[in-house]
Design a binder for this molecule. Structure first.
Ligand code: SF4
Ligand code: SF4
Length: 455
């Protein structure tokens, strides 16, 4: 589809009087000078070759909607905004400093009223965002059921059956669940930290709903590694989901509601850094300052909150990181979570965490900085393009000959591990902090103690 076609489509549906979120983005839209330097960084553009699937093309569409030359109900607008991964690789490539992530959020907010009735997937997503995610008890129950299905191998058996029937698209959500299972059972599964020194700084740990629901082992490893490196770790009990799913779906008011709860929950010690171990959550928590920038009642609190947010790797490398024992794993490779890299700007820090494991053979991954196609629930909403992007990632991983991949976000973890299961690749996926934790365990820094570590 050419731009001329896009810009003339669907004018009849357009209402000149309606207020749009994009109306507030005039300067951000005009910042784009259409140079095209972002195009090759954009996975959707390089996969489809369609200018409308590029950052520049999407900005054209947003501008056309803002200037009332295209209705927000136009199919082209929804299609190409939906197909954006929200990975923000274009932001780093852009010499003009275009804040694409914020533009995308506004475009999705303008699509939200239209989306509710589009199809069953959209309706299910809406229901989950409105009735499950904001309610910790319901969310806890949903994750408990998912873990039960995973650990009883129900999801594994069903996905194998569907794969045998060549129904990959139907099998993939089950593979994602299966991919969240631990790679191994430790011989001594119950551990406490015994070798920590005097805690000299307090940190507050953000658990994340998916991480705590399906990867609680990563949160426990994060707490142990922080303790061992001299931090007192506290976990505010009233914390909730970061709101990333809502924000990415265009539900800004839902995201703000969760953000307010988190700002309150983490106000118990306003000097303590807020530590995350999930790139998606971390980038969202950092964006609270932007989310409330125009709200006099919350702007200052949100700004101070966002200033305290750090990825576990960013916190740990501020001091001499304690070294563990060798893991003798063979080659390990690292894939950067887009939101960790482009949102939280953690590029070298996760690698430095891995370098604290003696003798670890870290092999570079071509395209490590490119999205894996997971992108929150993009893999469920846009399966075709997501799979195409994932297969390219898996091909690069295969060429490294590494059997272990480290990545710092649960969505990327599940996407890559599920793809590996689907293609029959021998690959285990870990969070970098899990590997460091294991290295500390091998070094004898932990002791067995009764405590539940099932997921
Ligand atoms: S966020 Fe990612 S997918 Fe979307 S336009 Fe930017 S580079 Fe492309
Ligand atoms: S690099 Fe920046 S200024 Fe150039 S087209 Fe892309 S978004 Fe626009």
């Amino acid at each position: 589809m050419t731009h001329v076609e896009v810009l003339t489509e669907d004018r009849a549906l357009h209402s000149k009087g309606s207020k749009l979120a994009l109306d507030a983005c005039r300067d951000k839209l005009l910042a784009c000078v259409h140079c095209g330097l972002c195009l090759e960084a954009c996975p959707t553009y390089t996969h489809t070759g369609d200018e409308n699937d590029s950052p520049r093309g999407r900005i054209y569409l947003m501008r056309a909607v803002k200037e009332r030359r295209l209705a927000p109900t136009a199919r082209a607008f929804a299609r190409h905004i939906d197909r954006c991964l929200g990975c923000r690789a274009c932001e780093r490539a852009c010499p003009a400093g275009v804040e694409y992530g914020q533009l995308l959020e506004a475009a999705r907010a303008d699509l939200l009223p239209i989306k509710g009735s589009r199809n069953m997937r959209e309706r299910l997503l809406r229901f989950a965002l409105d009735h499950i995610w904001p309610n910790p008890k319901r969310l806890h129950l949903v994750f408990a059921l998912l873990r039960r299905a995973r650990d009883a191998k129900i999801s594994g058996a069903l996905s194998s059956l569907l794969l045998r029937l060549r129904l990959e698209e139907a099998a993939f959500p089950l593979l994602l669940l299966q991919a969240s299972a631990p790679n191994m059972k430790r011989e001594n599964p119950i551990i406490s930290v015994t070798a920590q020194g005097q805690a000299t700084e307090r940190v507050l740990l953000f658990l994340g709903c998916v991480t705590e629901g399906l990867f609680a082992r990563i949160n426990r490893a994060t707490a142990r590694v922080l303790s061992l490196n001299g931090y007192e770790v506290r976990i505010p009990r009233a914390q909730v989901c970061c709101g990333a799913l809502h924000a990415h779906a265009g539900d800004v008011s839902g995201a703000k509601r969760l953000a307010r709860w988190n700002i309150e929950a983490f106000s118990e010690d306003e000097a303590a850094p807020i530590i995350t171990n999930a790139g998606g959550c971390g980038a969202m928590l950092l964006s609270y300052a932007h989310l409330f920038a125009e709200d006099p009642a919350w702007a200052e609190r949100a700004r101070r909150f966002s200033q305290r947010v750090r990825d576990i790797s960013q916190q740990l490398v501020q001091r001499d990181l304690r070294r563990g024992a060798p893991l003798n794993t063979g080659p390990v490779t690292y894939d950067a979570s887009c939101h960790l890299l482009y949102g939280q700007k953690a590029e070298r820090e996760p690698l430095r965490m891995l370098e604290a494991i003696p003798e670890l053979k870290l092999v570079p991954l071509e395209g490590s900085e490119r999205c894996c196609g997971g992108a929150g629930i993009y893999n469920l909403l846009e399966p075709e393009l997501s799979q195409s992007i994932l297969r390219e990632k898996l091909a690069h991983i295969g060429r490294t000959e590494a059997r272990i991949l480290a990545t710092g976000n649960p969505g990327c973890h599940m996407q890559i591990a599920a793809g590996a299961i689907m293609l029959g690749m021998k690959l285990e996926v870990y969070h970098p902090v899990e590997l460091l934790d294991l290295s500390y365990e091998r070094a004898g820094f932990y002791a067995i103690k009764a405590q539940d570590r099932r997921h």
